[in-house]
Design a protein around this ligand. Structure first.
Ligand code: HDD
Length: 704
């Protein structure tokens, strides 16, 4: 079956005539392409002569039931949507490659990690969690970070997030968590937002969520691009070597481009300016050959070390500070190919945390244990068949054979008489089918955990999971002043959308266990009194602060992977524009030209065509901006509130603004901009780069 039909794209027919009441035999493809393009057929191979008109009893008569061309086309269309994911519905994916940079045979028998240089194809899907498939890319939300590694031992799916901890400790609470954050059941809103009553009601009743709440209210939850996020496997997993020795492990993905986030105001404006901002950015970066890459790192430890920590490594609401156990880099993932078809690949990809290979195993983390059931189950509901593994994006790239047969949408043709095992058909000279592999097959690690209370059947939470606040405090106190202010503002914003006073009070009563100053700032921001401190199941302790938890402490002032917007108009100096463009591109960045009009206009030294029109390309889509304008053009633009907002936003979002004389004189004062070190002349722009000027923030916003 041929699915490409380039000939149709060139179809040129007069729709006005098509709508006219008279008999009109339209032949859209009037040129004879029969030798050069595939024939348009229905799904059963019948060539279609007319794809414009349904079959009617007379020109103005009713449409006939026998029109199988019409019926098949509409039938297919009517069923083109599948259920969206209950969480992580909105996602963007890409293909790539994973390459091992450091062999770890002493830790795992996974063949992939036996030798540096080993590699395998990957498919990675990033997502938001709460919003529907058609929601925007930049809400405040956790981001999914799911990687499918097609190894020679079968698929290994590392289904993680961009935050290393989770809201809840036990999978039995997952449906409650998700119900509470999604649109409220009775009213169907808000979409893709945690700022509403039910989420905070649930959260405030679940003190274990406080650590993740700190992350979700931080700039981690409003990443600049998908390329600037870390990824985490979250749970403690286990590596098992050839001798059967197990080690605990946490997986990390470190973005080669470094971490970068937006400010809240910027994220909100991005949602309007470009609802697909992250999806477009990923697509364009890969299309332009700027392949995003992440290093895979591991934190490895054993039971003895785990037993000594003030938290339980099986508790997914806890992280292991990198300063305690450094992240050892063992490989790199590079995303280098966009999908050919969004539905076939990004939508139909099915991740399964149960997809592990010999040498990688699970731990008893009760959240992970629940996930091991949930994902297989959900794929049947979403993809409609137990044969979802046959969809190309899900199929392993190594051979797979077993005795499972039939089922809806069986697309393979299993051969042979034996569909059961054991069988002795092989002895009879027939193909008895595949056999077990006791030596090389997956065997579960025989964990013998002496801290497991004798293993009685209990519905219970381990005592060692009782500390809900120490790591929330660790996270909050490890941030810079600005970042702490962002967390306070975010909580004030979210609680301002909560209409139930007792819920706000309960949240604040919990914040007091994290940090008194944080609680006071939130109370002041809401003009509310601080309630009594909530009783903690276990008194929090002060852990050693961790710089790795802050984005700003790791920020890179680079052009690589960043996008600069240059504003010009008639008469602007092309040489200066070219110089900045060349400088940014030399360092791996991209430049987009913005002008009041997109068509070709005269500038000093030639003509220029813009990539974007000023009104449709606000400064929020750029990491830094430059204005190169003739004074009269600057004076004109200063009359336009939209143009002034272009600069005001860049200023408010602490971005570098390269500004020529005319811009300084006419526009910046109107935007309330008092040039600082982040507002260089165009000729100095390259030296300043894309770093955010956080020291500007107290001037533009109340950080209390
Ligand atoms: Fe989940 C999807 C990540 C807890 C049940 N989850 C899903 C995706 C990611 C995560 C990245 C999207 C995969 C894709 O792109 O297709 N989930 C996590 C992480 C968790 C977590 C990092 C905690 C550490 N999830 C979790 C629990 C449960 C689920 C506790 C249920 C018991 N998650 C699902 C699901 C989804 C899913 C309902 C929806 C679509 C899908 O699986 O394929 O089964």
């Amino acid at each position: 079956m041929h699915h490409h039909n380039p000939g149709l794209g060139e179809t040129d027919f007069d729709t006005e005539l098509g709508n006219a009441g008279e008999v009109h035999q339209q032949v859209p493809d009037s040129g004879d392409h029969s030798d050069t393009v595939a024939h348009l057929t229905d799904n059963h191979g019948h060539r279609i002569a007319d794809n414009q008109n349904s079959l009617k009893a007379g020109a103005r008569g009713p449409t006939l039931l026998e029109d199988f061309v019409l019926r098949e086309k509409i039938f297919h269309f009517d069923h083109e949507r599948i259920p969206e994911r209950i969480v992580h519905a909105r996602g963007s994916g890409a293909h790539g490659v994973f390459e091992v940079t450091k062999a770890i045979p002493e830790l795992t028998k996974a063949k992939l990690f036996s030798k540096a240089g080993n590699s395998c194809p990957v498919f990675t899907r990033f997502s938001t969690v709460a919003g529907g498939a058609g929601s925007v890319d930049t809400p405040r939300d956790v981001r999914g970070f799911a990687v499918k590694l097609y190894t020679e031992d079968g698929n290994w799916d590392l289904v993680g997030n961009n935050i290393p901890v989770f809201f809840i400790q036990d999978a039995i609470k997952f449906p409650d968590l998700v119900h509470s954050v999604k649109m409220e059941a009775d009213r169907g809103y808000p979409q893709a937002a945690s700022a509403h009553d039910t989420f905070w009601d649930f959260i405030s009743l679940m003190p274990e969520s406080m650590h993740m709440i700190m992350w979700a209210m931080s700039d981690r939850a409003i990443p600049r691009t998908l390329r600037n996020m870390e990824g985490f496997g979250v749970h403690t997993f286990r590596l098992v070597n050839a001798e059967g020795k197990g080690s605990f492990v946490k997986f990390h993905w470190k973005p080669v481009l470094g971490l970068a986030s937006t400010t809240w105001d910027e994220a909100v404006k991005l949602a309007g300016a470009d609802p697909d901002f992250h999806r477009r950015d990923l697509h364009e970066a890969i299309d332009g050959g700027h392949y995003p890459a992440w290093d895979l790192g591991i934190q490895v430890f054993d039971e003895a070390w785990a037993a000594k920590q003030p938290y339980d490594v099986l508790d997914a609401t806890k992280l292991i500070p990198e300063e305690e156990i450094p992240v050892d880099i063992i490989g790199r993932m590079t995303l280098n190919r966009n999908v050919d078809n969004f539905f076939a690949e990004t939508e139909q990809v099915a991740f399964l945390p149960t997809n592990v290979v010999p040498g990688i195993d699970f731990s008893n983390d009760p959240l992970l244990q629940g996930r091991l059931f949930s994902y297989l189950d959900t794929q049947k509901s979403r993809l409609g068949t137990t044969n979802f593994h046959q969809i190309p994006i899900n199929a392993p790239k190594c051979p797979f054979h077993n005795f499972q047969r039939d089922g809806m949408m069986q697309t393979l043709v299993p051969t042979g008489r034996a569909n059961y095992e054991p069988n002795s058909l092989a002895e009879a000279g027939e193909d008895g089918g595949p056999r077990e592999c006791p030596e090389t097959g997956f065997t579960s690690f025989a964990a013998n955990d002496e801290r497991n209370d004798g293993g009685e059947k209990l519905r219970i939470r381990a005592e060692t999971f009782a500390d809900h606040y120490s790591q929330a405090r660790l996270f909050y106190r490890s941030q810079t002043d600005n970042e702490q202010a962002h967390i306070c503002s975010a909580i004030v914003f979210e609680l301002s959308k909560v209409t139930l006073e007792h819920v706000r009070n309960r949240v604040m009563s919990r914040l007091r266990n994290i940090d008194e100053d944080l609680a006071k700032r939130v109370a002041a921001g809401l003009a509310m009194d601080l309630p009594e401190k909530a009783k903690a199941a276990k008194e929090p302790i002060d852990m050693a602060l961790s710089d790795a938890l802050s984005i700003q402490k790791q920020e890179k002032p680079v052009f690589e992977g960043r996008c600069v917007g240059i504003l010009y108009a008639e008469g602007s100096d092309k040489a200066m524009i070219d110089e900045i463009k060349a400088g940014v591109e030399k360092d791996g960045g991209t430049v987009k030209l913005v002008a009041p009009k997109v068509g070709e206009i005269k500038v000093k030294g030639g003509t220029l065509k813009a990539d974007g029109q000023l009104a449709g390309t606000p400064s929020v889509v750029f990491d830094a901006v430059v204005a190169i304008l003739m004074p009269d053009q600057a004076q004109e633009l200063a009359k336009d509130v939209g143009a002034v907002a272009w600069f005001a936003d860049a200023w408010y979002h602490c971005k570098t603004i390269g500004a020529c004389g005319g811009t300084r004189e006419h526009i910046l004062p109107k935007a309330n901009i008092e040039p600082d070190a982040g507002v260089p002349k165009p000729e100095d722009f390259l030296k300043v780069g894309t770093k955010r000027h956080w020291d500007r923030e107290p001037k533009v916003r109340d950080l209390a």
